[in-house]
Design a protein around this ligand. Structure first.
Ligand code: PLP
Length: 296
């Protein structure tokens, strides 16, 4: 569903939001798209368990846990950070995943870095049996295929399509299904990752660019300016943003709009990739630091 943003911007620029956050109550936004064909594949292979990787506040962990519950798979989450083992109850993401039936393996940061290595995966197979492996963040060819379904035929009138970038799978799907006259802009939520390369692995065209100026210090990092922006945007539009990805995207697109960096009369589509489950964990951090919180 596309929702116009009812705010007047300079240069006759119009913003519209694709509400992927409304796709499913728990398998949020792009994570639904990324899991879809992987789940079909896992069923075809006769697998009964999904195993994947993520950090303590990961939207992907929450989505995989919910998908396992809905589609009848056991789920195993390999979580970065051994210290979390006794803190599941304090972490809204992990508590939710556990309530969906996900089992956890908490590993050190060093061990987590080996997650793509064969020896590490073999150890996991010895421990958990014959699972279907979903990579960190869910990105693989089947995930990109699912993300190619985000745009539809009635999106052809947009001049620009903007989305947040984590591992790059979502934007790759969007690039592949965008039309030749459309420019795709990605706003990385991380600092200094080699995302250009990651996106290029799956992208079949070159009508795209990454805008690196809005990561706010790095992955999961936010400041009071961003929180104030989120609260103001929610008040004006009724659209809730997540602090890790979409807030930075929307902030960046609106900042560039106000600075005249888009051509006059641009019709910009912003992809709301969901991730709202992350607000709870972020607000706990903000409260601990006695900072203003994200209003919901
Ligand atoms: C995971 C996530 C992204 C990033 O998607 P990638 O395919 O990893 O680039 C963007 N937005 C939200 C809300 C997410 O949860």
């Amino acid at each position: 569903m596309n929702q116009p943003v009812n705010i007047i911007f300079p240069h006759n620029i119009r913003l519209t939001v694709k509400r992927e956050d409304l796709l499913h109550p728990h398998i949020s936004g792009n994570k639904f798209r990324k899991l879809k064909y992987n789940i079909i594949q896992a069923k075809e292979e006769g697998k009964t368990a999904l195993l994947t990787f993520g950090g303590a506040f990961s939207n992907h962990i929450a989505a995989t846990a919910a998908a396992g519950k809905e589609y009848g798979f056991e789920t195993i989450g390999v979580i970065r950070g051994e210290e979390l083992v006794n803190k599941i109850g304090d972490n809204p993401t992990l508590a939710f995943a556990e309530s969906c039936g996900m089992g956890f393996k908490f590993v050190t940061r060093e061990a987590y870095r080996q997650k793509t290595e064969e020896a590490f995966v073999n150890e996991l197979r010895n421990e958990f049996g014959d699972f279907y492996l979903v990579p960190e963040g869910g990105t693989n060819h089947l995930a990109v295929k699912g993300c190619e379904e985000i745009l539809s035929a009635d999106d052809e009138w947009f001049t620009h399509i903007c989305c947040a970038v984590g591992t790059g799978g979502t934007i790759a799907g969007i690039i592949n299904s965008a039309l030749p006259h459309q420019q795709v802009l990605g706003f990385p939520a991380l600092k200094g990752a080699e995302l250009q390369h990651e996106v290029a692995i799956f992208a079949k065209k070159d009508n795209w660019k990454l805008v690196d100026d809005y990561h706010f210090g790095g992955y999961g990092k936010i400041n009071t300016e961003l929180v104030a922006f989120m609260n103001d945007f929610f008040e004006k539009t009724g659209i809730l943003l997540d602090p890790v990805y979409t807030a930075k995207l929307f902030f960046g697109v609106i900042d560039r709009t106000n600075k005249g960096m888009f051509p006059e009369n641009s019709n910009i589509l912003l992809i709301h990739t969901g991730g709202l489950q992350g607000i709870g964990g972020m607000n706990r951090e903000l409260m601990r630091k006695k900072l203003p919180i994200i209003k919901t």
